[in-house]
Design a protein around this ligand. Structure first.
Ligand code: HEC
Ligand code: HEC
Ligand code: HEC
Ligand code: HEC
Ligand code: HEC
Ligand code: HEC
Length: 353
C-alpha cells in the first residue's frame, strides 16, 4: 500500500506534479544490459611536482640573475641600430621577434624597440609537461639563404636558428655558373652570426678541394648538444657560463668529453682554426679582395668584381670569423671549409703581377 499512500499525499500539489505522476505510471520495459565502459582519459600531469619544477621563486630569481649577465638582455649592439627597422627587427628587438613569431612577418618599422626579455622567447605552454618550456618557436627552420631546405637544430635549439643564421646565399648559389661576382658593399657577407649554418653544416661556400665535406646535419655536436647543450647547460657560478647567460659552458665540454680542459681549445682545434683564418685573411689581402680600414679598425671587403672563387673565399672567411666559435660549432665542417678555401685562393695569381 506504500505506493497508494504516496499518491494521495501528492494530489493537490498542482497540475504540474500530477502530470509527472501520470508519466511515471506509463508502462516501461525491462532495463537493458549495461553499456561498454568509455576509454580512459590521458592522465594529467601532477600539479605540484611538474609545475613547481620550473615555477618556483628560486629558479626564477636565479634565471633573472643569469639573464642580467647576458648580451641578449643588454642588446647593446643589436637594438638601437637595427631593432626598429622592419627588415631587421625580427632578429634585433623584442617587439620584432614577437611579431615575427606570431604572424611570420614584421609589418613595418617599430618606433620604440627594446632588448630581449623573458617573453621574447617564451609565450604560451602547449602541453604543460616536462620539457614544454613555452617557447614561441621551436620547429625546424627553413633557412633564409635557401627556404627550400630544412635545418633541424634539434628541439629547443631551433629557436636560436631563427635569428643566428645567414641572411645571404653564397655566390655560387645566387649566380650559378658565372666566372665573376660583384661584391656590392663593405657589408656584403652572410651577416654577423651565421652560427646555425655552421652547426648544421650548410650555407657556406663548399669550394672543392682535398677534404670531403661532412653530410649536412650529421655532426655529433649537433646531435648530442646543439645550441642549448653548450650555451644553456647548467649555470656554472664560477665562470658565469651556461643557463640564461648563453655563454658556452666549459663544464659541458669537459663532462661530455670526459676531459679536464681549462679552456675551449680542445685538442688544439681552436688554435688551428684561428691560424687558418689568419692564413685565409692574408691571402684575401694579397688578392686585394680585403683591406684594413683604419677609421673602422676592421678588415673590410673592397667593393668590386672578382673571380667567383675569390668572392666565395671571402664569404667563408668573414662568415667563419663572425661565427666566433673557432671550430667548436662543427669541427669537421669548419676545418674542411678552411682547408679547401685556402687551397683554392693560394692557386689564384696576385693581381697586377
Ligand atoms: C619545463 C619547465 C616548465 C614547466 C614544467 C611548467 N612551466 Fe609554465 N612556464 C615555463 C616558462 C619558461 C614560462 C615562460 C617564462 C615565465 O613566465 O617564467 C612559463 C609560463 C607559464 C605561464 C604564463 C604564460 C602562459 O602560458 O600563460 C603559466 C600560467 C604557466 N607557465 C603555468 C604552468 C603550469 C600550470 C604548469 C604545470 C601544469 C607549468 N606552467 C609547468 C616553464 C615551465
Ligand atoms: C630574436 C633573435 C634571437 C634569438 C631567438 C636568439 N638570439 Fe642570440 N643574439 C641575437 C642578437 C641580435 C645578438 C646580439 C646582441 C647584441 O650584441 O646586442 C645575440 C647574442 C647572442 C650571444 C652573445 C654574443 C656575444 O657577442 O657575446 C649568444 C652566445 C647567443 N646570442 C646565443 C643564442 C642562443 C644559444 C639562442 C637560443 C637559445 C639565441 N641566441 C637566441 C639574436 C637572437
Ligand atoms: C635573420 C636574423 C637577422 C636579421 C634579419 C638581421 N640581423 Fe643583424 N644580427 C643578427 C644576429 C643573430 C646578430 C648577432 C650575431 C652574434 O653576436 O654572433 C646580428 C648582428 C648584427 C650587427 C653586429 C652587431 C655587432 O656585434 O657589432 C649589425 C650591425 C647588424 N646585425 C645589423 C643588421 C641590420 C642593419 C639588419 C637589417 C638590414 C639586420 N642586422 C638584420 C641577426 C639578424
Ligand atoms: C633568447 C631566448 C630566451 C630568453 C630571452 C629567456 N629564455 Fe628561458 N629558456 C629559453 C630556452 C631555449 C630554454 C630551454 C633550455 C633547454 O632546452 O635546456 C629556456 C628555459 C627556461 C626555463 C626552464 C628551464 C630552467 O632553467 O629551469 C625557465 C623557468 C625559463 N626559461 C625562464 C625564463 C625567464 C624567467 C626569463 C627572463 C628572465 C627567460 N627564461 C628568458 C630561452 C629563453
Ligand atoms: C659544442 C658546443 C657548442 C655548440 C653546439 C654551439 N656553440 Fe656556440 N660557441 C661555442 C664555443 C666554445 C664558442 C666560443 C666561445 C668563446 O670563445 O668565448 C661559441 C661561440 C658562439 C657565439 C659567439 C659568442 C661570443 O662570445 O662571441 C654565438 C653567438 C654562438 N656561439 C651561438 C650558438 C648558436 C646559435 C648555436 C646553435 C645553432 C651554437 N652556438 C652551438 C660552443 C658551442
Ligand atoms: C654532448 C656531448 C658533447 C659536448 C657537450 C661537447 N662535445 Fe665536443 N665532441 C663530442 C663528440 C662525440 C666528438 C667526436 C669524438 C671526438 O673526436 O672526441 C667531439 C669532438 C670535438 C672536437 C673535435 C676534435 C678533433 O680533434 O677533431 C672539438 C674541437 C670539440 N669536440 C670541442 C668541444 C668544445 C669546445 C665543447 C664545449 C664548448 C664541446 N666539444 C662540447 C661531444 C661533445
Amino acid at each position: 500500500m506504500k505506493k497508494a499512500r504516496l499518491f494521495f499525499q501528492l494530489v493537490g500539489v498542482g497540475i504540474f506534479t500530477i502530470s509527472l505522476i501520470i508519466v511515471s505510471c506509463t508502462k516501461e520495459g525491462p532495463m537493458g544490459p549495461a553499456g561498454a565502459d568509455g576509454t580512459d582519459g590521458i592522465d594529467g600531469e601532477d600539479g605540484n611536482s611538474t609545475c613547481m619544477a620550473c615555477h618556483n621563486t628560486t629558479t626564477k630569481t636565479n634565471i633573472e640573475a643569469q639573464f642580467s649577465l647576458s648580451v641578449h638582455n643588454a642588446g647593446l649592439n643589436a637594438v638601437d641600430y637595427a631593432g626598429g627597422r622592419a627588415s631587421c627587427a625580427e632578429c634585433h628587438s623584442h617587439q620584432g621577434f614577437v611579431q615575427f613569431a606570431t604572424t611570420g612577418d614584421v609589418v613595418g618599422n617599430i618606433s620604440n624597440p627594446t632588448a630581449w626579455e623573458c617573453a621574447t622567447c617564451h609565450g604560451l605552454h602547449e602541453t604543460m609537461g616536462a620539457g614544454d618550456y613555452a617557447l614561441r618557436l621551436k620547429d625546424p627552420v627553413n633557412p633564409i639563404f635557401d627556404p627550400s631546405i630544412t635545418m633541424d637544430l634539434n628541439g629547443n635549439s631551433n629557436l636560436c636558428a631563427n635569428c643566428h643564421q645567414s641572411r645571404r646565399a653564397e655566390p655560387a648559389l645566387t649566380n650559378p655558373g658565372e666566372d665573376t661576382f660583384r661584391i656590392t658593399s663593405t657589408h656584403w657577407g652572410p651577416h654577423h652570426g651565421a652560427q646555425a649554418n655552421s652547426v648544421y653544416g650548410v650555407g657556406f661556400a663548399e669550394i672543392e678541394g682535398s677534404v670531403d665535406y661532412p653530410e649536412a646535419g650529421s655532426s655529433f655536436h649537433l646531435k648530442q648538444a646543439s645550441c642549448t647543450g653548450c650555451h644553456m647547460a647548467d649555470f656554472d657560478n664560477d665562470r658565469d657560463e651556461g643557463g640564461h647567460t648563453w655563454n658556452p659552458s666549459l663544464v659541458a665540454c669537459n663532462t661530455c668529453h670526459e676531459a679536464n680542459e681549462e679552456d675551449f681549445n680542445y685538442g688544439g682545434v681552436r688554435s688551428d682554426i684561428a691560424a687558418k683564418l689568419d692564413v685565409l685573411r692574408d691571402e684575401l689581402l694579397r688578392l686585394g679582395v680585403l683591406e684594413w680600414v683604419e677609421e673602422d679598425e676592421a678588415y673590410e671587403p673592397v667593393p668590386g668584381t672578382y673571380p667567383t672563387v675569390q668572392a666565395r673565399a671571402f664569404f667563408n672567411w668573414v662568415g667563419l670569423s663572425e661565427d666566433r666559435s673557432f671550430g667548436a660549432h662543427n669541427p669537421k665542417y669548419i676545418r674542411a671549409l678552411l682547408i679547401n678555401t685556402i687551397e683554392a685562393v693560394q692557386a689564384e695569381p696576385t693581381p697586377g703581377v
